[in-house]
Design a binder for this molecule. Structure first.
Ligand code: ADP
Length: 270
């Protein structure tokens, strides 16, 4: 039946993917998409064949982060084509698959029932022609709802090795929420590569001193309780916001700069 067909298609696509990196947060606006895009770009800059699956249904921003706003895709015998991002120093153009490529315009909100969202994960992973990839970065919607359950089911169903990255800000509420995601990973036996503390501090452009915007609410201790290590601390940096808006992940510029250095341990760990 149809669902067997969908599952077989997803399995066939993922059999050509070396590993899946699931980027999670339990709250919107903590920088999950920014981390996904820069992680993917950093992996591609190290010579890997990388894809980004934009599973954030209500905020499909990956097209913007990779300069693909307004891009549309064609359907061929191999499936839906991905759109690619090329840059100096990236040997294999990065492949992006997003619902944004299928929408009439970027301002149309998506209002779907849960059953549709379930199908969406299958479509995203199964309908796009991802080709051969070393790593597929999946930018998940915030929260631990249906999409997360469906993705875990897909990965359990003979999928490639997979692991999660948890994105949080230093604020207490974000921490509590991100720890819920950690528990879902534990329940589903999805290994966690580590947590990324985003907006961890600000570097003054004038004096290069740094300070913290958010109070330290004991993030490291809270992560330790869940057995999750902090793998990277990303500063609040204008380059990151500019990179998102201009369609070129900031990690690609100034390889010795603060942003690239902050992302390095995460990229190395994947
Ligand atoms: P999420 O995917 O968690 O909803 P986004 O990655 O879309 O969050 O980030 C929300 C906004 O904050 C974006 O406009 C992004 O450019 C900006 N942003 C995220 N992290 C940083 C950072 N460390 N420094 C500066 N701007 C950031």
């Amino acid at each position: 039946d149809k669902s067997d067909h969908d599952r077989a298609l997803v399995r066939a696509r993922l059999s050509r993917v070396g590993q899946v990196v699931v980027v999670l947060s339990n709250k919107g606006g903590v920088g999950k998409s920014t981390v996904s895009a820069n992680l993917a770009a950093g992996l591609a800059a190290r010579g890997l064949r990388v894809g980004v699956a934009d599973a954030d249904i209500h905020g499909p921003n990956q097209s913007r982060f990779f300069g693909l706003v307004g891009a549309r895709v064609r359907l061929s015998a191999a499936g839906l084509e991905t759109r690619t991002f090329a840059a100096d120093g990236i040997a294999h153009p990065l492949r992006v698959g997003s619902l944004a490529f299928l929408m009439e315009d970027d301002a149309t909100p998506i209002v779907w029932r849960d059953s549709y969202k379930h199908d969406f994960i299958h479509h995203l992973l199964g309908s796009f022609d991802w080709g051969d990839l070393d790593a597929l970065v999946v930018d998940m919607p915030p929260g631990t709802g249906n999409e997360m359950i469906t993705l875990c089911d897909v990965l359990d169903d003979g999928g490639p090795p997979a692991a999660a990255v948890l994105v949080t800000t230093p604020q207490a509420v974000a921490q509590m929420d991100s720890l819920k995601a950690a528990r879902v990973c534990a329940e589903r036996a999805l290994p966690i590569i580590g947590a990324v503390e985003n907006m961890a501090g600000v570097v003054c452009p004038h004096c290069s001193g740094s300070f913290h915007v958010f109070p330290d609410a004991g993030l490291d201790a809270a992560l330790a309780v869940e057995g999750v290590g902090k793998i990277a601390a990303i500063p609040l940096a204008p380059e990151l916001a500019i990179g998102s808006d201009s369609g070129r992940p900031a990690v690609l510029d100034h390889p010795d700069g603060a942003v690239a250095r902050a992302f390095a341990p995460l990229i190395e760990a994947v």
